[in-house]
Design a protein around this ligand. Sequence first.
Ligand code: TXA
Ligand code: MG
Length: 338
Amino acid sequence: METLILKTDENSINKAAEIIKNGGLVAMPTETVYGLGADARNGASVKNIFKAKGRPSDNPLIVHIAEAKDAEIYAKEVPPLFYELTERFSPGPLTIILKKSDLIPMETSGGLDTVGLRIPANKTAREIIKRAGTAIAAPSANLSGSPSPTNAKRCIEDLMGKVDAIVDGGECAVGVESTVISLAESVPTLFRPGFVTYEELKEVTKELKIHSGVLEKLEEGEKVSSPGLKYKHYSPNSDVVLVKGNKEEYCSFVNSKKADGVLALCFDEDEESLTVPHISYGKAHDGISQAKNIFELLRKTDELKAKTVYTHCPDDKGVSLAVYNRLLRAAGFQVIKL
Ligand code: TXA
Ligand code: MG
């Protein structure tokens, strides 16, 4: 299939919307990561997303809407807490799970009776949704298992020839996927940490559980309400190992591992003490900078032909919790505590 490369001008946005309307697939920028979009109401189109990505069919897709009130169309019931959350955090990097309406086909919900709704802040994404006149189902625009793309170049690497169009909207502002919270459980539950933090959400929800799969490996065959929790994700070709320790401990450990193909994915502060090849993914206690860089740098480790990537583990507070969650998956839960 020929893949059109579009920009973010009027004509391009109209073209992208038309492709979605006609049942096609478009990779597009959002403020978090690039998404691979199709008409969320069209089961046959959504099936093609799974095919293009190689994604397991039981993993539900996030449904992107232009306005909070559109939730009334796609959810069975919209509780007041939904609007309290969207008033504070939307448009933006927050996905809220509700019971779905009949307009959402099983392909989109991965067979579940719920739907994750998100109102993206990215202007191009919202314009495409509005002009397509539907909701857009969009997982991250990468091949299943590899790091999420934060620019069009990475979408092209993964999806050229497999989708109808790729919209080049530059670099994503946030860099990690949206926070996912479910209001379809008995207590509001955090399924995936993101730029909207646990601490911020709790100010609105009062009660908020963290799903055990956020920071722990699920048991083989364990049934989960958010299937994305159970898959290995975000991995480059190299072996990623998370290393927990302070600057001195981390640097002396990694320096002792010096060998062909060893790379340190470190913090700015570590750089002066490392004698092995290294790249920094941000400041030690700045989750926002770490989030912006992490996926792009995981891909870079492949270009640098790294075999083992010793990654300095971020803390588990604020936006760093999101980075920690992604790195645990990239590392297949291999963690060394010093
Ligand atoms: O920032 C984002 O959320 C990006 C951009 C494109 O919007 N999208 C994204 O989609 O990250 P994806 O498919 O890569 O991740 C969706 C996650 C998965 O872990 C999935 O299991 C969970 O959200 N999810 C989606 N709908 C759900 C539902 N109805 N119930 C439980 N989990 C759901
Ligand atoms: Mg993804």
